[in-house]
Design a protein around this ligand. Sequence first.
Ligand SMILES: C[C@](O)(CO)[C@H](O)COP(=O)(O)OP(=O)(O)OC[C@H]1O[C@@H](n2ccc(N)nc2=O)[C@H](O)[C@@H]1O
Ligand SMILES: Nc1ncnc2c1ncn2[C@@H]1O[C@H](COP(=O)(O)OP(=O)(O)OP(=O)(O)O)[C@@H](O)[C@H]1O
Length: 284
Amino acid sequence: MSNEISRNWPAPAKLNLFLHINGRRADGYHELQTLFQFIDCCDLLDFRVTQTPELILHSDMSSVVADSDNLILRAAKSLQQATGYPGGAEIWLEKCLPMGGGLGGGSSDAATTLVALNQLWNTQLSNDELATIGLKLGADIPVFIRGFAAFAEGVGERLQAVTPTEFWYLVIAPDAHVSTAAVFQDPLLPRNTPKLGIDTLMSQPWANDCQDLVVSKYPQVAKALGWLLEYAPSRMTGTGACVFGEFSSQQQALAALAKLPSDMQGFVAKGMNISPLIVRLNHP
Ligand SMILES: C[C@](O)(CO)[C@H](O)COP(=O)(O)OP(=O)(O)OC[C@H]1O[C@@H](n2ccc(N)nc2=O)[C@H](O)[C@@H]1O
Ligand SMILES: Nc1ncnc2c1ncn2[C@@H]1O[C@H](COP(=O)(O)OP(=O)(O)OP(=O)(O)O)[C@@H](O)[C@H]1O
C-alpha cells in the first residue's frame, strides 16, 4: 500500500441560486425546491492512507469544531463502517471557505472526503451509495458528491442536472454567523411556497425564502445585500449569511469588488456546473 500523500482534493462552495421552502415534514426537516451551482472557491484536502484504522485530521479548525463533530472525520468513519475497510487515513485541511455562511463548506469537505477515500481505499462504492452515506450527515452532501449543478427537491437529495448560466459572482461574507437550524425553527419563516415544475422555476425570477427573515435579524446581512443590489441582481445563499451578486464578466465583478467598503469582506468567483472535485477525480 502506498504511503504517499494524495494532494489538492478540492471541496468547492455552492450557491443556492434560488431556495423555496414548500412545507415541513413530520421529522421537522423542511421540503425544499432549490437550485445548486458550484463556485471555483474551494477548501483543499490532502489524504494519506494508513494501514492502521486511526483517522487523524490536521487543520486549524480544531479550536472551533471538535474533531468528533468535524464532518470530515464523521464522513471518513461512516465510510469505514459501511465498507469494513480495515485501514485509516491522515487528512490535512486547508480551510478557505467562510464557515456557517450558506456556502456549504462543511458539507463539501465531507463529500470530498467520501469521494477521495472511496478512491484511495479502493472501497468501490457507487455514487448512489456515497450519497446515501452523505445524506445521513447533512442535507447538502449528496449534491457535492454528484458534482453537477442541480435542481433539488425533498430535503435537497432528489437531484436533477441543470445548466444555469455560469455567471461571475461577487460573494460578500457578512461578519455574522447564521445558524441553519435557528432559521428553520423560526416561526416567522415562510414555509408555504407552492411547489412548481422545473421549467417554471428555471424561467421565473429567482428568490430565497429565508432572505427576508435573515435580513430583518442581521443588520450586517441587510447592509451587504443593500450595497450589492446597487451593482447587480443579488440574493442570499442557503440560510445566509453570505450574499452574492451576478455579473456577466470577471472584470465587472472585480470592478464592483474594488469599491467594496473596507468594513466588508468579499471575493469574486466563477459559477461552475461541473464541480472541481469531479474534474480532479477524472484528471488526477
Ligand atoms: C438550507 C441549505 O443550505 C440549502 O442548501 C441546506 O438544506 C442546509 O443543509 P445543511 O447545512 O447540510 O443542513 P443539515 O446539517 O442537514 O441541517 C441543519 C438543520 O437545518 C434544518 N433543516 C435543514 C435542511 C432541511 N431541508 N430542513 C431543515 O429543517 C434542521 O433543523 C437541521 O437540524
Ligand atoms: N469541516 C467542516 N467545515 C466547516 N464546518 C464544519 C465542518 N465540520 C463541521 N462543521 C460544522 O458545521 C457548521 C456549518 O458549516 P458550513 O460551513 O457547512 O455551513 P454553511 O455554509 O452554512 O452550510 P449550509 O449552506 O449547508 O447550511 C459549522 O458551523 C461547524 O459547526
